[in-house]
Ligand binder design. Structure first.
Ligand SMILES: [Cu+2]
Length: 291
């Protein structure tokens, strides 16, 4: 069944993905058996209780307990899927990585109709963001005067992550409910205004070249961030792109982004100065890449 379903499923590129696919296969087995069983039974009763063979209605009806046993069997199967597959998969999904130091954490802020990505930068601390600072070039309202913000990296519709490292994404929304979906990661989680929802996964495969921008655009095989919840008129175009890199390539990409927001690489005691520079830069409209 799993092999059959994989003809339609996207490639599986996360650690927890196989467990989810296994569960999908089990649910499909159950549904296939029920569908065939009920269909056969339906045809049987059409024939067995046809009008010509039963001119008078039976007031006694069926006295067999077979359907009860079948229903108990179905319920048991469902309990097994829930208790032994779904709940453990969910537990892994909501459990923070065992070694948070080696994990990478990113904020993703959904809006109609884009995905804003916010990396804390080399200091590992997110700068202050304020709703009153939101402008077209500063969609998350990052306060570049905040000492923790001068090295923060933000992008729009571009998510870059390293392979083989635990990832925590903190999901939030500026407006309505969206759903953050990374099909190849088997990740899908609603974003709820007013909540910061953490999700945890570990990519185990580097995005192939043909699935990255710009190559993927030609043959439409991009690894996309999809919005999986109808969120408004522009929902259809609420798509971002994500790339899983080798560790070195990710570090190089991150260094490039950091260099773009803080070209002088200031020493710790020059933080205030750097914050001013970063602010001036933001005002110039230098703000990540937009696709
Ligand atoms: Cu959306």
């Amino acid at each position: 069944m799993l092999g059959f379903l994989q003809n339609w499923l996207p490639v599986n590129a996360s650690e927890h993905g196989p467990a989810l696919d296994q569960m999908t296969a089990l649910v499909h087995w159950l549904m296939a058996i029920l569908f065939i069983g009920w269909s056969l039974y339906f045809v049987y009763v059409l024939f067995r209780f046809r009008a010509s063979a039963n001119p008078r209605a039976s007031y006694e009806g069926s006295t067999s307990h077979a359907s009860q046993y079948v229903e108990i069997g179905v319920a048991v199967f469902e309990v097994v899927i829930l208790v032994f597959f779904a709940i453990p998969a969910w537990a892994a999904w909501v459990t923070p990585p065992a070694d948070p130091d080696s994990a990478i954490e990113v904020r993703v802020i959904a809006e109609q109709f884009a995905w804003n990505v916010h990396y804390p930068g080399p200091d590992g601390i997110y700068g202050r963001a304020d709703i009153s600072l939101i402008t077209p070039t500063n969609p998350i309202g990052l306060d570049r005067t905040d000492p923790y913000a001068f090295d923060d990296v933000t992008t729009v519709n571009q998510l870059h992550l390293p392979v083989d490292r635990a990832v925590t994404i903190l999901l939030s929304s500026k407006d309505v409910i969206h759903s953050f979906a990374l099909p190849q990661m088997r990740v899908k989680q609603d974003t709820i205004p007013g909540l910061m929802i953490p999700i945890h996964f570990r990519p185990v495969m580097v995005t192939p070249e043909e699935n990255r921008l710009p190559a993927c655009n030609a043959d439409k095989t991009c690894w996309e961030i999809a919005c999986a919840q109808l969120c408004g008129l522009g929902h259809f175009r609420m798509k971002g792109f994500y790339t899983i890199h080798e560790a070195d390539a990710f570090d190089a990409w991150m260094a490039e982004q950091v260099a773009a927001v803080m070209p002088e690489q200031p020493a710790a005691d020059a933080v205030d100065e750097a914050a001013d520079d970063a602010e001036a830069e933001t005002a110039d409209g230098e703000h990540g890449e937009e696709h």
